[in-house]
Design a protein around this ligand. Structure first.
Ligand code: SF4
Ligand code: SF4
Length: 328
């Protein structure tokens, strides 16, 4: 049990002991300029708690980076770019950073990976994210200072149009590729967005087919997708490295367990890209890197896809978090 030990801005900040966490996720804020129908943040955030100030949050993140050896940071929300100063200063604290944004605010010109969320072609995306959001994102991409990747959660709503959606994405400006993340349900999930395992196997076959068709534009790793098929998925999720080696923090620096998807997540139905990527790489080199190093290599893999990526992109997307899977 993490013990509260520090008062910061009048907020109790837990202590996470001495162990090392190569990988962390920070929910920069729960505020957002969108109101996606699939996002529960606004219901959950009605009794809003105070955010840490920018300076307090940055100071504490710096301490955590040093104490726990955090090398990779994922910046999620809410909409993290509503706290732009935190992002601009905070990314200097870590070797590698990935920012997930809803793409409706101007993107920062930073040497980090940026994932922009789209949920499907305009009619599907905007039914979930709000009228005109797809077009806003397209405009953001047109003016992006560096190339980005698209982060898209595959659900029962968009699975039938992935072919057309992927083709559309290849035509968008400043897009390096897309990572598809199959919706990870909570244990009591009644959203109607989740797949059964047999359905999910079909989704994975669809993604493998898209990868054949579009090659490196589909950023999901081939072996990681294969491992997520039902005969092998539990071997990965039962030993998921994220439980022990990632530090997932909410906007008041409270730890989320087992990972950024929160305590109600159904690990048995998780096919998030990162644990499967890490497992695929660890299996490929059993005497080599552990998961954390495998993640570093995943990052390098993203970088090597093209010179533009090398210049612009530092990180393989981490698991989009619950709400974070829709957030931002
Ligand atoms: S939800 Fe997925 S990533 Fe998170 S701990 Fe469970 S298996 Fe790992
Ligand atoms: S899913 Fe993301 S972009 Fe949509 S309302 Fe929630 S936090 Fe905002």
């Amino acid at each position: 049990m993490d013990q509260p030990t520090t008062l910061l801005d009048g907020i109790e900040i837990p202590d996470f002991g001495e162990r090392r966490y190569p990988y962390a996720v920070i929910e920069v804020t729960r505020h957002c300029n969108l109101r996606c129908t699939t996002c529960f943040f606004f219901q959950a955030f009605q009794h809003e708690e105070k955010n840490l100030s920018d300076d307090a949050l940055l100071a504490k993140l710096g301490k955590l980076a040093r104490r726990h050896g955090i090398r990779f940071m994922s910046w999620v929300g809410g909409e993290p770019l509503l706290r732009r100063r935190v992002i601009e200063k905070g990314v200097r604290l870590f070797e590698q950073n990935v920012l997930f944004t809803n793409g409706t605010l101007p993107l920062p010109d930073l040497p980090i990976a940026i994932g922009v969320s789209l949920d499907g072609p305009p009619e599907i995306n905007d039914a979930i994210r709000g009228a005109g959001v797809y077009e806003k994102v397209r405009f953001t991409l047109t003016t992006a200072p560096r190339p980005v990747f698209i982060q898209s959660v595959v659900t029962t709503r968009n699975v039938s149009v992935l072919d057309r959606f992927t083709a559309d994405l290849t035509a968008l400006p400043n897009v390096l590729g897309v990572i598809y993340s199959i919706y990870v349900p909570q244990k009591d999930d009644t959203s109607g967005l989740a797949f059964t395992l047999p359905q999910r196997d079909q989704v994975i076959q669809t993604l493998l087919g898209l990868k054949e068709q579009h090659g490196g534009f589909i950023l999901n790793e081939h072996r990681a997708l294969e491992l997520a098929l039902s005969p092998t998925c539990r071997q990965v999720t039962d030993q998921c490295d994220m439980r022990e080696n990632s530090l997932a923090l909410d906007y008041r620096l409270r730890r989320r367990r087992p990972c950024c998807y929160g305590e109600q997540v159904d690990c048995d139905l998780c096919a998030a890209p990162t644990p499967f990527s890490m497992a695929a790489r660890a299996m490929a080199r059993p005497y080599g890197p552990r998961g954390d190093v495998a993640l570093a290599e995943a990052i390098a893999g993203t970088r090597s896809a093209s010179p533009a990526q090398a210049a612009a992109c530092g990180v393989d997307p981490p698991p989009p978090a619950r709400s974070p899977q829709n957030s931002s």
